[in-house]
Design a protein around this ligand. Sequence first.
Ligand code: DC
Length: 229
Amino acid sequence: MYIKNKKLIIAIDGPAGSGKSTIAEKLSELLHIFHLNSGALYRIIGLYLNQQGISPKDLEKVETALQEIDIEIKDNKYFLNGKDVTEEIKTLEAGKLASAFSQNPSIRKKVNEIIKDVSKSIDIVVDGRDIGTVVLPNSDLKIFLTATLEERARRRWKELKVKGENVSYQEILNEIYERDNADSKRSIAPLKPAKDALIIDTTNKSIQEVVEEILSILRRKEINGNKSF
Ligand code: DC
């Protein structure tokens, strides 16, 4: 069905280390569309509120402090109140904070508003946990990436080692296991595939293979009358 002015939306959901952000980034480059990493938004907010000494459970303080947060995204860089925090939010600690703070409904509301707002005006690939299920259920394509816990931990461990974080594989494995549990068992917007999502197991696949698979799905799918992917 053709809807005038409807923008292209690709949702890529999945657990930590499934390859969402990397794959979304590659797709956005190849399709020349915007990439929004929703996990980065939770990480920025978690980092800021934690720096202010605010707990995710303190609903009133969170609500007030959220008004002080201005997030900007430029050339794949994330800015918190004017400061580039792109690297700072990639740490293990920032991931833990994001998972804890993402349970707070006001924070989810704020992140969802940002995503919905951006998706109205530009073609976009968004990665996260609940994009296809809750935030943008009208996405043109929904992909849910998975991989074994061990493989996801290996990927994260390598990434963090390259960045100079001194963490053991076992520590990452435990952290991802706990984050999977927290993200999929929470009452609001738990991590799960949308009914109409295509599930891709990336365990034994290269980034290029997964990107190719998604591109070929896009080519087969007629989206808004556009077959030129
Ligand atoms: O994708 P990530 O590791 O950067 O996400 C960090 C945390 O943010 C994740 O553990 C849960 C939360 N998150 C979420 O609740 N919903 C999203 N759409 C994206 C992330």
